[in-house]
Structure formats: structure tokens, C-alpha cells
Ligand binder design. Sequence first.
Ligand code: NIG
Ligand code: FE
Length: 439
Amino acid sequence: MKTIIYNIGTLAGILPEGIEKLEGAQMNNVECLNNAYLTIEDGVITDFGPITDVVSGCSGFQNRATPLAAEGGAHEVGGIVLQTTTPTADEFIDAAGGYVMPTFCDSHTHIVYAGCRDGEFRDKIAGLSYEEIAARGGGILNSADLLHNTSEDELYNQAMVRVNEIIAKGTGAVEIKSGYGLTVEDELKMLRVIKRIKETSPITVKANFLGAHAVGRAYKGRQSEYVDLVCNEMLPAVAAEGLADYVDVFCDAGFFTVEETDKILSKAAEYGITPKIHANELEVSGGVQVGVKHNALSVDHLEKTTEAEIEVLRGSNTMPTMLPGCSFFLGIPYGNAKGYIEAGLPVALASDYNPGSSPSGDMRFVMALGCIRMRLTPEQAFNACTINTAYAMGVSDMLGSITKGKKANLIITKPIPSLAFIPYSHQTPFIERIILNGK
Ligand code: NIG
Ligand code: FE
């Protein structure tokens, strides 16, 4: 199956093969090509270039009403004779002068959950903090109760609504965490749902085992025993079924300590499972350091950081990932993305879509917050939401940029004036069509 997208006003996010991530000043640029075409074969980008490469004798190619014919040769279009040298294709898509860009990669979400926590929303508005809501038995434990009483099928159905919602908003790859089970059975239930989403949805999915999200109710006051449960029962069961690509720990004040995180990540290493962890949302927790020690693919949140975190990340393979939707919703500080980039580090931005601290998976809004609240340039925010989040979920060899050989997961936009328009006019519909796996 071969597809040609033509009439592309701007092809944005072009990278050469072999680039895994962008860091420091590399993040300042988004490579673009105006008046372009792109070919897809069997779901993969096989070629792209200026439209003049495939159509000679044609200027003013934009706004053409008649599609290119499926055969090469001479075609009359709007009174102009076009000599196409295009090879035949099964499908022609007219981008009508819009942008074509890679879909967003969302490297940090919790979209498998039951029901919602709109009651806590009222508590939050009334002035309770995230920690206070959690301490009252709300928060993650509230979601764990709801999940326990929800069947696997129902959980899948509710999660698929969110999967389809984020696809419609331009996300083409998503990492999904467990962590609302907090018992062996319920963590496995969540991870089986994630596996089913992987198998049945067109989006690329990675599964992250977050048994250490909070201490399960039955273990109240016995945190070290719960950590043993995670290490000695949950992890072996998860590994035996091959349910997790990654392992996560909420390493933060009031949740899990550096020592506990170290223990869980050491155990996960025995099963060959790479960490991607929560750190420094509520306090400077030491989570970044323990994550880097275990060669974590990413350390996420980082609303609270010092120079020490920047130093330890320098030269590591760990992607600092910030979640501005969480800062927005909880009213907590935004991560110092600009400082990280100025220090030469890469930065990724993800949604953290979850019922408690970020009930939105809109990556365009994340990009807008990156610009408006973190003062990233549109180009930096674009790179942070595409190639760098692709790296942060281990898929940058196949997603996150316009590169020959990568999966054709693409957004075709409506005609828009610039890349900056995407975060700037962030409530104006901008997506004309989503292509996943070339379809
Ligand atoms: O990333 N911080 C920990 N976990 C989630 C929130 C989970 C919840 O409140 O349900 C987060 O913000
Ligand atoms: Fe999270």
C-alpha cells in the first residue's frame, strides 16, 4: 500500500536518521520544508521532498482543487499542464496547504482508571492541597477503590474512550502506567488492560508498572511490607506475564523514599525492566539521583529542582520530563525547563493525564503551557512534545519526527500561518486529519 501526501504547505519536524533526542541549543530549531510531498509505504515514511521533485512545470501548487492523478504523465489542472513524474500510488491525500507534522508522543500518562475524582476537585477549589486530599484517604487510594470495583472489560472500555480522545487531539504514542491497583491482582488487572489497548488500538503503547504509586489500604502503617510486596510478589508476577516495558516509583515526600525506590529499581533490574520514575513533584526528593543511578530512561515531574539535579542529569541517558498540565491543575510551580535547556540538557513535556493531578491528555495544551508558563519557544516546546517524548518512552527510533523509515504517524493541519500558531491559538481547532500507521 503506497500513499502520497501532496500539497503540503509546510512539512515540519524533519530529522535525519539516527537522532534519538535533542538537547540544549539543538532544541531551538524545527527543520521545515515548504511546498512538499511525502510518501508512505506499508505504514512507514519512505520519502519526502519539495513538490517540484515530483511535479515539474508547476508553481502555485497550493490551493489546487484537482488531485494529482494516480499515474505519472501530463495532467491539466486549473489550466496549467502538470508533468508528473510521480510513481503510481494507491492513495493520494491532498494536504491543502496545511502543515504535516509528526503526531505527539505522550510519555507519561495514567489513563487506565475507573470513574473520576470530581468530588476532590471541589475539595481542591475549597483550598485543600494534593497532599491533604491524599492524607484524608482520597487521591490515589480513592482511585484504587474505584478500580477494584470495576471489571476488566469496563476498565478497558473507559480507558479506550480516553485513548480515542487523545488520538483525536494528535497523540500517536502513549505510555500508560499502572498504580491504581495497589494489590497483586489489581495491578495485574490494570496491566492486562494496558496490554489489550496495545493490541487493539492503532496508537503505539508502552506499559509502565507503578505498583509503588501509594501504599495499598491493607498495608496502612506497614510501608516497608508493602515495598516487599512490590518487590517479591508484584514484580515477579508482572515479569512472568511480560506485562511491563518499564517500572515506576512515586519517589516523593509522603510517598516512597530514596531507599525504597533504590530497592524496587534494583529488583526490577533483575528482570531487565528499565525505570521511568516520578520525582520532585512535591519536594526535592533525591528521586532524580536514584533514577540516574539506575539509568532511568526518564525522571518525571521535576517541579522542584536545584542545581544538583541539573548536574547529575548532565552526561546521563535520562530524559528530564516535565508535566506542565499537573502544575496548571494543582497550582504548583512549573519545572525550570528553560534553565535545563540553557544548561545544555534535553527536556521532554508530557501530559500526566490522570484523574487527580492532570485530568487532560491534550498535548497541544501541554505545548501551549510550555510556551506560556515555562517560556519555551514554540520550537523548543514542539521538540519537547515529539522527539524528546519519543525518547522518554523508548520509541524515538520509530516515532517523533519526519524521518525516512519511521512510522507514518502524522498530523495534517488545517491551513495555519505558522508553527507558533499551534500553541498560541491553543483552543482553535487545528487538526484536519490524523494518520496512524500510514492510515
Ligand atoms: O503524576 N504524582 C503521582 N501520580 C500522579 C497523580 C496520581 C493521582 O493523583 O491519581 C501524578 O501526578
Ligand atoms: Fe504521573
